[in-house]
Write a protein that binds this ligand. Structure first.
Ligand code: PEP
Length: 249
Protein backbone atom coordinates (compact mmCIF):
# COMPACT_ATOMS: atom_id res chain seq x y z
CA UNK A 1 0.00 0.00 0.00
CA UNK A 2 1.10 3.60 -0.35
CA UNK A 3 3.50 5.23 2.11
CA UNK A 4 2.47 7.64 4.84
CA UNK A 5 4.72 10.70 4.80
CA UNK A 6 5.16 13.76 7.00
CA UNK A 7 7.53 16.36 5.54
CA UNK A 8 8.59 19.64 7.14
CA UNK A 9 9.29 22.59 4.83
CA UNK A 10 11.50 24.99 6.77
CA UNK A 11 11.40 27.60 3.98
CA UNK A 12 13.97 30.43 4.47
CA UNK A 13 14.34 29.80 8.20
CA UNK A 14 17.17 28.55 10.44
CA UNK A 15 20.86 29.32 9.99
CA UNK A 16 23.54 26.70 10.53
CA UNK A 17 23.52 26.70 14.31
CA UNK A 18 19.72 26.92 14.57
CA UNK A 19 19.53 23.98 12.16
CA UNK A 20 21.84 21.94 14.41
CA UNK A 21 19.69 22.81 17.45
CA UNK A 22 16.42 21.87 15.75
CA UNK A 23 17.86 18.62 14.42
CA UNK A 24 19.09 17.67 17.91
CA UNK A 25 15.56 18.32 19.22
CA UNK A 26 13.99 16.35 16.38
CA UNK A 27 16.24 13.35 17.04
CA UNK A 28 15.25 13.42 20.71
CA UNK A 29 11.54 13.70 19.95
CA UNK A 30 11.32 11.27 17.01
CA UNK A 31 8.67 8.64 17.82
CA UNK A 32 8.36 5.08 16.58
CA UNK A 33 6.37 5.50 13.40
CA UNK A 34 5.47 3.72 10.20
CA UNK A 35 5.54 7.07 8.38
CA UNK A 36 8.43 8.44 6.37
CA UNK A 37 9.59 11.62 8.08
CA UNK A 38 11.40 14.32 6.09
CA UNK A 39 12.75 17.80 6.70
CA UNK A 40 13.62 20.42 4.09
CA UNK A 41 16.16 22.92 5.47
CA UNK A 42 17.57 25.74 3.29
CA UNK A 43 20.29 24.83 0.75
CA UNK A 44 23.16 26.08 2.92
CA UNK A 45 22.32 23.58 5.67
CA UNK A 46 21.50 20.50 3.62
CA UNK A 47 24.88 18.83 3.89
CA UNK A 48 25.22 19.38 7.63
CA UNK A 49 21.66 18.20 8.16
CA UNK A 50 22.29 15.12 6.02
CA UNK A 51 25.45 14.28 7.99
CA UNK A 52 23.80 14.83 11.38
CA UNK A 53 20.88 12.59 10.42
CA UNK A 54 22.91 9.80 8.80
CA UNK A 55 22.00 7.38 11.61
CA UNK A 56 18.39 8.58 11.80
CA UNK A 57 15.30 7.60 9.78
CA UNK A 58 14.61 11.30 9.15
CA UNK A 59 15.32 12.10 5.48
CA UNK A 60 16.73 15.46 4.45
CA UNK A 61 15.16 16.85 1.28
CA UNK A 62 15.57 20.03 -0.78
CA UNK A 63 13.02 22.82 -1.18
CA UNK A 64 13.76 23.47 -4.86
CA UNK A 65 16.24 22.95 -7.69
CA UNK A 66 16.96 24.29 -11.17
CA UNK A 67 15.80 22.48 -14.29
CA UNK A 68 19.28 22.46 -15.88
CA UNK A 69 21.97 20.11 -14.65
CA UNK A 70 24.75 22.72 -14.80
CA UNK A 71 25.62 25.96 -16.55
CA UNK A 72 25.45 29.74 -16.41
CA UNK A 73 22.53 30.10 -14.01
CA UNK A 74 23.91 32.36 -11.27
CA UNK A 75 22.52 31.63 -7.86
CA UNK A 76 20.91 28.32 -8.76
CA UNK A 77 21.40 24.76 -7.49
CA UNK A 78 21.12 21.64 -9.66
CA UNK A 79 19.93 18.08 -9.15
CA UNK A 80 23.47 16.60 -9.44
CA UNK A 81 24.66 19.08 -6.79
CA UNK A 82 21.89 17.99 -4.44
CA UNK A 83 22.67 14.34 -5.08
CA UNK A 84 26.35 14.98 -4.34
CA UNK A 85 25.47 16.07 -0.79
CA UNK A 86 23.21 13.10 -0.15
CA UNK A 87 19.84 14.59 -1.12
CA UNK A 88 17.55 12.26 -3.05
CA UNK A 89 14.21 14.06 -2.79
CA UNK A 90 13.16 17.57 -3.84
CA UNK A 91 10.04 19.64 -3.27
CA UNK A 92 8.89 21.23 -6.55
CA UNK A 93 6.05 23.60 -7.34
CA UNK A 94 5.52 25.07 -3.89
CA UNK A 95 3.00 27.92 -4.09
CA UNK A 96 5.65 30.40 -2.91
CA UNK A 97 7.87 29.39 -5.85
CA UNK A 98 4.88 29.81 -8.16
CA UNK A 99 3.81 33.16 -6.70
CA UNK A 100 7.14 34.91 -5.99
CA UNK A 101 9.46 33.33 -8.55
CA UNK A 102 7.12 32.96 -11.50
CA UNK A 103 7.29 29.16 -11.67
CA UNK A 104 4.58 27.86 -13.97
CA UNK A 105 3.42 24.40 -15.01
CA UNK A 106 5.74 24.33 -18.05
CA UNK A 107 8.82 25.13 -16.00
CA UNK A 108 7.78 22.69 -13.29
CA UNK A 109 7.30 19.98 -15.86
CA UNK A 110 10.95 20.50 -16.93
CA UNK A 111 12.11 20.46 -13.31
CA UNK A 112 10.25 17.21 -12.68
CA UNK A 113 11.91 15.64 -15.74
CA UNK A 114 15.37 16.71 -14.56
CA UNK A 115 14.76 15.40 -11.06
CA UNK A 116 13.61 12.01 -12.38
CA UNK A 117 16.51 11.83 -14.83
CA UNK A 118 18.79 12.23 -11.81
CA UNK A 119 17.00 9.49 -9.85
CA UNK A 120 15.44 11.91 -7.43
CA UNK A 121 12.06 11.61 -5.84
CA UNK A 122 9.75 14.62 -6.24
CA UNK A 123 7.24 16.02 -3.79
CA UNK A 124 5.08 17.93 -6.26
CA UNK A 125 3.00 20.76 -4.76
CA UNK A 126 -0.08 22.24 -6.33
CA UNK A 127 -3.41 23.71 -5.26
CA UNK A 128 -5.93 26.39 -6.04
CA UNK A 129 -5.98 30.02 -4.91
CA UNK A 130 -8.80 31.56 -2.91
CA UNK A 131 -10.19 33.26 -6.03
CA UNK A 132 -10.41 29.89 -7.79
CA UNK A 133 -12.38 28.41 -4.91
CA UNK A 134 -14.70 31.43 -4.75
CA UNK A 135 -15.44 30.89 -8.45
CA UNK A 136 -15.89 27.14 -7.81
CA UNK A 137 -12.99 26.42 -10.15
CA UNK A 138 -10.81 24.52 -7.69
CA UNK A 139 -11.24 21.12 -9.37
CA UNK A 140 -10.56 22.55 -12.82
CA UNK A 141 -7.43 24.35 -11.60
CA UNK A 142 -6.04 21.34 -9.77
CA UNK A 143 -6.71 18.99 -12.71
CA UNK A 144 -4.97 21.49 -15.02
CA UNK A 145 -1.89 21.72 -12.78
CA UNK A 146 -1.57 17.94 -12.69
CA UNK A 147 -2.13 17.51 -16.41
CA UNK A 148 0.27 20.28 -17.46
CA UNK A 149 3.15 19.34 -15.18
CA UNK A 150 2.87 15.58 -14.71
CA UNK A 151 0.66 13.77 -17.17
CA UNK A 152 3.42 13.48 -19.78
CA UNK A 153 5.18 11.06 -17.39
CA UNK A 154 5.30 7.36 -18.11
CA UNK A 155 3.46 5.11 -15.69
CA UNK A 156 6.71 3.80 -14.21
CA UNK A 157 7.94 7.36 -13.48
CA UNK A 158 5.18 7.77 -10.91
CA UNK A 159 6.99 5.56 -8.39
CA UNK A 160 9.19 8.66 -7.83
CA UNK A 161 6.30 11.11 -7.40
CA UNK A 162 4.63 12.17 -4.15
CA UNK A 163 1.81 14.70 -4.47
CA UNK A 164 1.17 17.52 -2.01
CA UNK A 165 -2.18 19.23 -2.37
CA UNK A 166 -1.80 22.65 -0.79
CA UNK A 167 -4.70 25.07 -1.22
CA UNK A 168 -2.93 28.43 -1.39
CA UNK A 169 -5.53 30.07 0.85
CA UNK A 170 -4.55 27.69 3.67
CA UNK A 171 -0.76 28.14 3.56
CA UNK A 172 0.66 30.12 6.46
CA UNK A 173 -2.74 31.70 7.08
CA UNK A 174 -3.97 29.61 10.01
CA UNK A 175 -6.92 28.74 7.75
CA UNK A 176 -7.10 24.97 7.17
CA UNK A 177 -9.19 23.08 4.68
CA UNK A 178 -11.75 21.09 6.64
CA UNK A 179 -11.07 17.35 6.74
CA UNK A 180 -14.05 16.95 4.37
CA UNK A 181 -12.68 19.54 1.91
CA UNK A 182 -9.28 17.84 1.99
CA UNK A 183 -10.80 14.39 1.45
CA UNK A 184 -13.02 15.64 -1.38
CA UNK A 185 -10.04 17.10 -3.23
CA UNK A 186 -7.71 14.16 -2.54
CA UNK A 187 -10.34 11.73 -3.85
CA UNK A 188 -10.72 13.95 -6.94
CA UNK A 189 -6.94 13.95 -7.47
CA UNK A 190 -6.82 10.17 -7.22
CA UNK A 191 -9.70 9.83 -9.69
CA UNK A 192 -8.02 12.25 -12.10
CA UNK A 193 -4.89 10.06 -12.03
CA UNK A 194 -6.97 6.90 -12.43
CA UNK A 195 -8.70 8.42 -15.48
CA UNK A 196 -5.38 9.48 -17.04
CA UNK A 197 -3.53 6.26 -16.18
CA UNK A 198 -5.29 3.53 -14.18
CA UNK A 199 -6.73 2.80 -10.75
CA UNK A 200 -3.79 0.70 -9.62
CA UNK A 201 -1.39 3.59 -10.20
CA UNK A 202 -3.78 6.09 -8.58
CA UNK A 203 -4.04 3.88 -5.50
CA UNK A 204 -0.26 3.70 -5.18
CA UNK A 205 0.40 7.47 -5.05
CA UNK A 206 0.88 9.15 -1.67
CA UNK A 207 -1.10 12.39 -1.60
CA UNK A 208 -0.11 14.75 1.23
CA UNK A 209 -2.19 17.65 2.48
CA UNK A 210 -0.52 20.97 3.28
CA UNK A 211 -1.93 24.16 4.73
CA UNK A 212 -1.77 25.19 8.39
CA UNK A 213 -1.52 21.63 9.71
CA UNK A 214 -0.88 21.85 13.47
CA UNK A 215 -0.78 19.35 16.35
CA UNK A 216 -4.43 20.10 17.13
CA UNK A 217 -5.87 19.41 13.66
CA UNK A 218 -3.44 16.84 12.19
CA UNK A 219 -5.17 13.66 13.41
CA UNK A 220 -8.54 14.62 11.92
CA UNK A 221 -7.03 15.54 8.56
CA UNK A 222 -4.82 12.43 8.45
CA UNK A 223 -7.79 10.20 9.29
CA UNK A 224 -9.31 10.86 5.86
CA UNK A 225 -8.96 7.82 3.57
CA UNK A 226 -7.24 9.63 0.70
CA UNK A 227 -4.93 11.78 2.84
CA UNK A 228 -1.58 10.01 3.18
CA UNK A 229 0.23 12.53 5.34
CA UNK A 230 1.19 16.18 5.38
CA UNK A 231 3.56 18.85 4.14
CA UNK A 232 4.09 21.06 7.15
CA UNK A 233 5.37 24.65 7.08
CA UNK A 234 5.22 26.73 10.26
CA UNK A 235 4.74 23.84 12.67
CA UNK A 236 7.84 22.06 11.34
CA UNK A 237 10.07 24.72 12.93
CA UNK A 238 9.31 23.43 16.42
CA UNK A 239 10.41 19.86 17.21
CA UNK A 240 7.60 19.10 19.65
CA UNK A 241 4.91 20.41 17.29
CA UNK A 242 6.36 18.61 14.29
CA UNK A 243 6.71 15.31 16.13
CA UNK A 244 3.19 15.66 17.56
CA UNK A 245 2.04 15.87 13.93
CA UNK A 246 4.13 12.80 13.06
CA UNK A 247 2.48 10.93 15.95
CA UNK A 248 -0.94 11.90 14.59
CA UNK A 249 -0.48 9.86 11.43
C1 PEP B 1 3.77 25.00 3.32
O1 PEP B 1 4.44 26.01 3.20
O2 PEP B 1 3.93 24.04 2.54
C2 PEP B 1 2.78 24.96 4.40
C3 PEP B 1 1.88 24.00 4.37
O3 PEP B 1 2.86 25.94 5.34
P1 PEP B 1 1.98 26.07 6.69
O4 PEP B 1 1.95 24.71 7.31
O5 PEP B 1 2.71 27.07 7.51
O6 PEP B 1 0.63 26.53 6.26
Amino acid sequence: MRNKIVAGNWKMNKDLSATADLIADLKRAMPETEAEVMIAPPFTNLYNAFESLSQSPIEVVAQNMHQAESGAYTGEVSAPMLKSVGINTVILGHSERRAYFGEDDKLLSAKVDTALKNDMRVIFCFGEELEDRKKEKEFEVVAGQLKNALFHLKKEDWSSIVLAYEPVWAIGTGETASPEQAQEMHAFIRKTIADAYDQELADSISILYGGSVKPNNAAEIFSQPDVDGGLIGGASLNADDFMAIVKAI
